[in-house]
Write a protein that binds this ligand. Structure first.
Ligand code: HEC
Ligand code: HEC
Length: 157
């Protein structure tokens, strides 16, 4: 008899366990179209981006900003419009910055030794000229503007 009861109890327990499975997850909340993308307007609107101005200071006018961390490529503290484009045969950045160190106050910061090393073909020697991979300065050195950042940064060096 007690065997029968135990078997019954076990069956009940199993039946309960099978029916009491976790409820299916609630359907995800739809994302309102104003929360998609960075402009925070409806995706059906065509907002004009806020006006912004590129840095206008001449070289040496403004102090160089502190580097966010050691080894960070410094931000360009002056206007660059007059110095672009950089082409295979013309690079005004190099004309001013490829000078002998040590740095003198108010003068262009000399291009560091790292920029003369061709890491691909001759990684152990400092070349005569700025290496090809460093030629397009603005691919690493950021220009400045008064545009507010579209996305905040939580980066801390
Ligand atoms: C007419 C000369 C001249 C030209 C052309 C020029 N610069 Fe400069 N640059 C300067 C001077 C002067 C400074 C300021 C140095 C200072 O105040 O200590 C400077 C500062 C900088 C700095 C900051 C260096 C630091 O120590 O933080 C960077 C980066 C820079 N320039 C990159 C560029 C790039 C890239 C170009 C080309 C798009 C360029 N520069 C074109 C003269 C020039
Ligand atoms: C591949 C990325 C890259 C390119 C391209 C590049 N740089 Fe740099 N630059 C850096 C980094 C990273 C540093 C900081 C670390 C170092 O000194 O090597 C730096 C540092 C500098 C400094 C500061 C040197 C100092 O003593 O504080 C100057 C000036 C500079 N670069 C000028 C230039 C110029 C001019 C060009 C174009 C001819 C150029 N860079 C191209 C990455 C780059």
């Amino acid at each position: 008899m007690s065997h029968l009861l135990r078997a019954l109890a076990l069956t009940l327990l199993l039946a309960f366990a099978l029916t009491a499975r976790a409820a299916p997850p609630a359907a995800p909340r739809p994302i309102p179209d104003k929360e998609l993308g960075l402009s925070r307007t409806s995706v059906f609107e065509v907002p004009s981006p806020p006006a912004w101005k590129a840095e206008e200071a001449a070289p040496g006018d403004r102090p160089v900003p502190p580097r966010p961390f050691k080894e960070a490529p410094p931000v360009i503290p002056h206007a660059v419009a007059d110095f672009l484009p950089i082409t295979a045969t013309q690079n005004l950045c190099v004309d001013c910055h490829a000078i002998e160190g040590p740095k003198k106050k108010g003068e262009p910061t000399p291009v560091p030794a790292s920029h003369y090393v061709d890491l691909r073909h001759a990684p152990e020697k400092k070349g005569e000229k700025v290496a090809g991979a460093r030629w397009v300065c603005i691919s690493c050195h950021v220009t400045r503007s008064n545009a507010p950042p579209a996305v905040g940064s939580t980066f801390r060096p």
